[in-house]
Write a new protein. Structure first.
Length: 270
């Protein structure tokens, strides 16, 4: 009797020799533990551990934190480092399609910067359509960083110039701007911590994305980063995506001061 093996369409078996590439692809989306990667990729833990050790030595990934598991044990979370275009594998055709994408962005940015009746969110959705169309021809492990960097440019070169106030008013104004322009269902919230209250943008969806945590969330995260960089330089940084909520899940990106001393703040978006 022949036993047939089936694999989930969401977590398919990894082909031999492609483990390292698939680990990088997973960690470019969000932090995962060794156990998570073993389960998702259906590869043994010793093999995953071997590749994680080498990826850390090569400065491609880093440890972003820990999470609690069964029995109270804590597991390390790994994530891809940002801006690794010179380190990640790429194909010879990448530069051609990225040049096309750059030209599309520059022509669209001129229109976005002009005041008009159209909702910016709809214009950006059209740009994202071109992004995903061209990224089909670009090395997959670079997709999330590319989307995040274009998001930063939109936040810095288009959106941020419309705001000029204190941090609280700017964050509230950014939340209203996202909603008015149909970019995302995002609300600004101040957490209840007594000593280190955190600002949060809580979003149940952006750009009509099918699920939270996908590539589009990196674009939205980039818009927040670009907005903050334009108005406050390097005073704030956005952490890796976390999950929030049970019935309705949202994405959480903590925002903190980059200085060692100072009040911690955070932004949650989806």
């Amino acid at each position: 009797m022949i036993k047939l093996e089936t694999a989930s369409s969401k977590h398919p078996h990894v082909k031999k020799g492609r483990v390292r590439e698939n680990i990088i692809n997973q960690l470019s989306q969000q932090p995962y533990s060794l156990t998570d990667l073993s389960r998702i990729l259906k590869v043994s833990k010793p093999t995953i551990s071997y590749h994680l050790t080498n990826l850390i030595k090569d400065s491609i990934i880093e440890i972003s934190g820990t999470k609690s598991g069964r029995g109270g044990f804590r597991s390390k979370l790994y994530v891809l480092k940002h801006n690794l275009d010179s380190t990640l594998p790429s194909s010879s055709s990448d530069s051609h399609y990225l040049d096309l994408l750059s030209g599309i962005f520059e022509s669209n940015k001129l229109e976005w910067s002009v005041e008009k009746n159209n909702k910016l969110g709809k214009d950006i959705q059209l740009f994202l359509f071109h992004v995903f169309r061209l990224l089909r021809n670009v090395t997959k492990t670079r997709h999330h960083d590319i989307l995040r960097n274009y998001g930063k440019r939109v936040g810095k070169e288009v959106i941020a110039k419309k705001f000029n106030s204190n941090l609280k008013d700017n964050l509230n104004g950014l939340s209203e701007f996202f909603e008015e322009n149909e970019i995302g269902n995002i609300k600004t919230i101040l957490s209840v911590e007594k000593y280190h209250p955190q600002y949060k943008f809580q979003c149940l969806g952006c750009f009509q994305a099918r699920e939270n945590g996908g590539p589009v969330c990196n674009f939205t995260k980039g818009m927040i980063e670009g907005f903050l960089e334009y108005n406050y330089g390097d005073r704030y940084e956005i952490g890796e995506r976390q999950k929030d909520g049970t019935l309705y899940e949202s994405c959480v990106f903590p925002m903190r001061r980059t200085k060692k001393r100072g009040r911690a703040e955070a932004i949650n978006i989806g």
